[in-house]
Ligand binder design. Structure first.
Ligand code: PLP
Length: 446
């Protein structure tokens, strides 16, 4: 967003003071690690930056490289670190549980698992009381879709264009962006028009998009379906808030067609949107199945599916379990995360700081034509860059360039959207107004 005549020398923003110095680093250099990564890790792994960062330490909303340099982590490990990197309460819980019992199987009892299940159920509305733990968001969505199919006896599922729900056989079908799909998967998923207020054909008129779901059911299925899956705010898709009125109208259509409504809360859940604990609550709907991962473990591999006792019953038809899902170290961490969110009022913080940052970013949009849209809720914000506002031409190269420059001066953001031109701002929920100032200042100077 450099203005004509501006000096190109970026002044490094004043970062808030932070009382932590990482211990000296004695490991291999970034170059050595990169060379091993190229040789031994899958070539499918990508990185955002020309020169990826060697991350050595993390504390709360900050990451540190091998020289001890501090970076503001405004991406939060892809919306995953919710209460802060290495939060002391979470770390202590993990260490204590690991010393006592590192693994147990579903054959035995362990309170770390049932206590967290009880705590999760208490955060959900209605009769969403039965929890099944998984290891990731993909696995949670696979299970949710299977449950919907078993319960209804139908195969057809509807998801939204531009959605991301994971990358295994079933979820890749529900994911609806060509760059995330391999075309060998036959999925039984129909993709509805995305109720995207910025790029969608009906703007913010949620009910008009909802009609497309009716059409899909009427003309693309037998009339009965297994279910509908959607995020409340699309994350990977570029922080897209579903148009108002859409979800209530679609939920009612899905129920009429005998389907179950699945809320994918992998990114938008766990207090991130600030106004509510779950993203779907912001739309005034109650799903039949809720899936979650990412923030639930603050970075520890953990996911979950929660549904009603009546629906959960379908899983008793066969043996269904997985080896690691509900590992006591992970579930103990999950309970610690919930307690930190409550103790430190992180949901309220996400609301206050997120609203403040959104205001600042919106003010930047008024100043710089490169910013086409600013959106999102709480600490799940998106800034879409375009080279032409009227044509909404994605500013792909500019996005990469700005990200690289921001990294150079110490601020890390993510990017996403189908065209890769949306900054994704999803920091740990302990992000402060001073952090928001540093970030806003950095963007303004690009
Ligand atoms: N659902 C959503 C909304 C996601 O954003 C993601 C990952 O980014 C997933 C599901 C898949 O989760 P995981 O990467 O843990 O498999």
């Amino acid at each position: 967003a450099q203005k004509e005549g501006d000096n190109n020398d970026v002044v490094v923003p004043k970062m808030p003071t932070f009382d932590y110095s990482p211990p000296p680093y004695t490991g291999p250099s970034a170059e050595e690690i990169l060379s091993k990564r190229k040789q031994y890790l899958s070539p499918s792994l990508f990185h955002f930056y020309n020169k990826p960062l060697n991350v050595v330490d993390g504390r709360m909303q900050y990451l540190f490289d091998e020289t001890g340099r501090r970076y503001l982590d405004a991406f939060g490990g892809i919306a995953t670190v919710c209460c802060g990197h290495c939060h002391p309460d979470v770390v202590d819980t993990i260490v204590n549980q690991t010393k006592r019992l590192q693994h147990s199987t579903v054959l035995y009892l362990n309170h770390a698992i049932s206590d967290f299940a009880e705590a999760l159920a208490s955060k959900l509305p209605g009769n969403l009381k039965v929890v099944f733990f998984t290891n990731s968001g993909t696995e949670a969505n696979e299970l949710a879709m299977m449950i919907a199919r078993l319960y209804t006896g139908c195969h057809d599922i509807i998801s939204l264009r531009n959605a991301y729900h994971g990358n295994a056989a079933g979820t890749m079908g529900a994911t609806a962006q060509s760059n995330w799909k391999f075309n060998v998967i036959q999925s039984g998923v129909h993709h509805a028009l995305n109720p995207d207020p910025y790029r969608g054909v009906f703007g913010s008129e949620g009910e008009k998009y909802a009609k497309d779901v009716q059409d899909l059911i009427q003309f693309g299925t037998s009339g009965n379906i297994a279910g509908f899956i959607s995020e409340a705010i699309q994350g990977v898709g570029g922080i897209i808030e579903l148009a108002p009125g859409y979800l209530p109208a679609v939920y009612s259509t899905i129920k009429k067609a005998g389907g179950l409504c699945i809320a994918d809360e992998v990114q938008a859940g766990f207090a991130r949107t600030g106004s509510h604990f779950w993203g779907f609550e912001g739309h005034g709907v109650v799903p039949d199945i809720v899936t979650m991962a990412k923030g639930i473990g603050n970075g520890i591999p953990l996911g979950a599916v929660v549904t009603t006792p009546e629906i959960a019953e379908v899983l008793t038809r066969r043996c269904y379990f997985n080896t690691f899902g509900g590992n006591p170290v992970c579930t103990a961490a999950g309970l610690a995360v919930l307690k930190v969110i409550e103790k430190e009022k992180l949901q309220e913080n996400a609301f206050v700081v997120g609203s403040y940052l959104k205001e600042r970013l919106t003010a930047l949009k008024d100043k710089y034509n490169l910013i086409g849209d600013v959106r999102g809720r709480g600490l799940m914000l998106g800034v879409e860059l375009v080279t032409d506002r009227k044509l909404q031409t994605p500013a792909k190269l500019e996005t990469l360039h700005v990200m690289d420059r921001m990294k150079e001066i110490g601020v890390l953001v993510g990017k996403g959207g189908f065209y890769g031109n949306v900054f994704r701002i999803t920091p740990p929920l302990c992000f402060t107004k001073e952090d928001a100032d540093a970030m806003d200042y950095t963007l303004a100077k690009m």
